[in-house]
Structure formats: C-alpha cells, structure tokens
Design a protein around this ligand. Sequence first.
Ligand code: AMP
Ligand code: ZN
Length: 140
Amino acid sequence: MKKEDCIFCRIAAGDIPSETVYEDDDYRAILDLGPASRGHTLILPKEHFRDVTELSAHYAAGILPVAAKIGEAMKKALSCDGFNLVQNNGEAAGQTVMHFHMHVIPRYNSETAPIAAWEPHKADPEELKQIREQLAAAIE
Ligand code: AMP
Ligand code: ZN
C-alpha cells in the first residue's frame, strides 16, 4: 500500500525523481540527499511501513540481502573500507521520515568519526537483572 502524502512512497514508486542505484520489485535504493559519507544510500521498500515494528515478514526477510549487495558494490565501486547499516525507529531514535528505510553508509579508513556515538554507562548487575525480567516477559 502506498501513502499519498509520504515522500518515500512517492520516491519508491518513481513518481519523484531520485538518484536510484538499485531497484527490484520490492525495493528502490537511492542516494541520500544529506549524506553522512560519499555514497550514503537509503533502501526504501515500495510498500509503506512506518518503522520496523510494522514491516511485513516478506520485506524484513528481503532487505538484508539487498543491503549486503549494495555494501559489496560500494566496496568495489567506491573503494570504501566498510559500511554501516543504520535503521532509525521513532523520533527519539532520530527517524525523520516516517517510512521505514535502511541506511547503507560507506566508511573510509581516512574518516574515523563514528556514525553513532554513545557514552557507555557502568551497568548495575541488579538493574540488569530487573531489566532482563521486564523485557524478556514483554517479548512476544
Ligand atoms: P532518518 O533520520 O533515518 O529518518 O533518515 C532520513 C534520511 O533521508 C536522511 O538521511 C535525509 O538526508 C534523507 N532524505 C530526506 N529526504 C530525502 C529525499 N527526498 N531524497 C533523498 N534523501 C532524503
Ligand atoms: Zn511511505
């Protein structure tokens, strides 16, 4: 299903032009207009899902092989040294376009800044136990 007011639905359908690097029946992969590095690509499912919690099993199963294919091509064509797969869910996580997408971000040895940086805290074993109990019980 497409959402008329969703920019990524319109790009995925080809109604809005994009720099498409890969396309198949289910996905279109485009260059990001605000790249974190040279070659930063977004994989867009052609169906609308808000985030990973809505993604169908079919699209979930298909997206990692596409990401791997694009990452391999980035190594060959762009001579990157590695790549990050990044996928944001919800505004608090940095999601700005509410149509599920996966970032494929080429990494170059010459650029060492981390894509996602967090400050590790010291874990309290009692708290870990409590969190584990709450979380494990909620996983369906
Ligand atoms: P996220 O923060 O995970 O929602 O990522 C959204 C990404 O989409 C950002 O990296 C933007 O630079 C990128 N973006 C937004 N609009 C467009 C567009 N029309 N074409 C290509 N990339 C876009
Ligand atoms: Zn959409």
